[in-house]
Design a protein around this ligand. Structure first.
Ligand SMILES: [Zn+2]
Length: 175
């Protein structure tokens, strides 16, 4: 098991309401989606390294798998979870109520409680096989870590304002 690494939040995210980031905090990322500006640099640096190592494509699953506004997270959550109990289903608590994951859907955090709502998480497209092996080897030095072993595609930017040297180098060459 990978250890769960604590997230250090960038200073400009403290006190921000998840899912309500102002446009100044966000940057467009390639080939689609948005991230917090520090996470965007770290993601682009990681992606550039992936391309250099011939790990292609390296991208989010969809634009909704980068930053998610509260409305986006709510829509995704309501499409997957129901209040009607399902035996053995994975559950989430939202506004004090228990919700049950419908069969065939991947779990998702309750609105407002996801790192996606802070723009510091990306779901990488098909994080398995060779791509996952490469991620396990390289994510950490670019400031990325995993929350749980069961969601290998979901990586979070954990380095806060301490921009990792590998990201600084990328920024100097491309910034
Ligand atoms: Zn995710």
């Amino acid at each position: 098991m990978l250890p769960v690494q604590r997230i250090t939040l960038p200073a400009d995210l403290r006190g921000v309401t998840p899912g309500e980031l102002t446009p100044q905090l966000l940057r467009a990322v390639k080939p689609y989606g948005w991230l917090h500006h520090l996470a965007a640099d770290a993601y682009h640096a990681l992606r550039a390294q992936a391309f250099m190592d011939d790990v292609k494509p390296f991208k989010p699953t969809s634009a909704g798998d980068t930053y998610r506004s509260l409305a986006m997270q709510r829509a995704g959550f309501l499409a997957r979870y129901q209040k009607q109990p399902i035996a053995g289903a994975s559950t989430r608590t939202w506004n004090g109520e228990v919700w049950y994951l419908q069969k065939g859907y991947a779990p998702m955090a309750a609105p407002g409680s996801s790192n996606h709502n802070l723009g510091i998480a990306v779901d990488i497209w098909t994080a398995s096989g060779k791509r996952l092996e490469w991620m396990l080897e390289n994510c950490k030095r670019f400031g990325w870590s995993w929350e749980i072993q069961s969601e290998p595609w979901h990586i979070r930017y954990v380095a806060g304002d301490e921009v990792p040297p590998a990201v600084k180098r990328w920024k100097e060459a491309n910034g």
